[in-house]
Design a protein around this ligand. Sequence first.
Ligand SMILES: [Zn+2]
Ligand SMILES: [Zn+2]
Length: 574
Amino acid sequence: MENSEIAKILWEVSELLEFKSENPFKIRAYQKAARNIEGLPLSLEESYKSGGIKALKEIPGIGEAIAEHIEEIIKTGDFKKRKELLKEFPKSFLEMIEVQGIGPKTAMLLLKKRGIDSIEKLEKAIKSGALKGLVGFGEKKEQNILQGITHKKKTIGRHLLSEAHEYADLIINQMGKIKEIDQLLAAGSLRRQQETIGDIDILATSKNPEAVMHAFVKLPQVKRILAQGPTKSSVILKNEMQADIRVVDPKCFGAAAHYFTGNKLHNIKIREMAVKLGLKISEYGVFKNDKQIAGKTEEEVFESVGLSYIPPELREGSDEFEAAKKGNLPQLINYPDIRGDLHIHSTYSDGANTISEIAEFAIKMEYEYIAITDHTQSTRVARGQTAREIIKELEHIDELNSSYKNFKILKGAEVDILPDGTLDYKDELLKELDVVVAAVHSRFKMKKDDMTKRICTAMKNKYVNIISHPTGRIIRRRPPYELDMEEILKTASDTGTYLELNSQPDRLDLSDVNCRRAKEMGILIAINTDAHTKETLYFMQFGVSTARRGWLEAKNVINTNPIAKLMKLLYAKR
Ligand SMILES: [Zn+2]
Ligand SMILES: [Zn+2]
């Protein structure tokens, strides 16, 4: 059983408990454990097999009770508590709550008054006018819900980038050991680092395709085989994702890699360009009068239509061709450009590791600095600190800093933006911090104008450096707040406030599209992890992927700077 499956069960239980209005601290414990597990580099099942429940408890953020739950999940493949809760609330009903505009209360009302317990029934009811007369329902609300349903339907069957990576990496790793395989590549939306992924598409070259097919369908991640052919096979993995493998001729590996990486629109456009030049591009190569003239590498494919190599993350069928023609493609940011992380939680609030544990880990990652940004008093469920409590933390950081060479812990906080746009700490205290990350953690459903004003007011505070997870979306779970994004970007630009690209795989907030808008407006981005465990500092890779999709270069990102320049940027507003 993979970690992501265990995490998924815990997430689901937390959602079910939320629905029952259970104690928020209890709900939080499940969420915290799920989140920690998602980021673990080691297999929980293996740890458990070698060290029992004791080994589980050594993992940060996993206490006695959760360790026992995990034991049950590993042993039985499920969790009794989850099954009991699901009896009360069927799965289809839970999906319904993920539709924007349907909160737990509304869902309960729909169930009791109209017997509606699924998205399908809800859609039908709205379209047939069956909700007329129901308290709180009107045409506008119904239209909003219909929109929410359309949005929700798009994410069904899609998986987070982190989950797709976990499986693809395992598969590539094992297949890579097979001596019959020469070249191996995970193509598709995964290679383009899209925020959610449908299927995993693997390409290989081999002199013995049948041995490759045989090994592929026998992988331990495979749940069932859909098709096994001589050069192509499809399976369903244990996380319900589909994975396909194709063995192609080495002569056309580049053309196949390009074709199966997509996206569709990009492929259509490049084929049209080829036709104008009297060429034909397909997954089998670049052809002139039925004779293959290129296609061994992707570079050759681009060259054949007079383009420089376009990185996969930019292949969206938009203006990447124009940029490639003019030699204007961005020098995309790379993971090693990152010199530190400016949004991390420690045991001073809801993080699982002490500051010195985090620092040691960051030093191993070759970071030059980190900022510790624990929650503030208003976010009580996350053990937010009062003004008095954080003073101790700041002193502790000073102490630790005196023992490091060439590494610095910045003093920070993730300060709540209160509904009126004021901050959870007074300016006198904010002044003492090196990094003020400000974020909305409450009243997500404010009206568009009010929410926009709330965040803009916070940006006008001269101590606020970074707006964290600016739109508040949780991929597949919660839509963004209603926001006037243009106004937010304009105010960020006017006030010199940086915007965060939060690297949590279910946030990736700002999105790629918004990152690109920010770049065009000259706004600098901080790519942070918002890590609650030291291991999840590695989520940085997903932030960098999204930044690349947003055309960002190292110079657009503040935490690619050496410490002296970074400090200047952090104090620029004061
Ligand atoms: Zn936050
Ligand atoms: Zn945070």
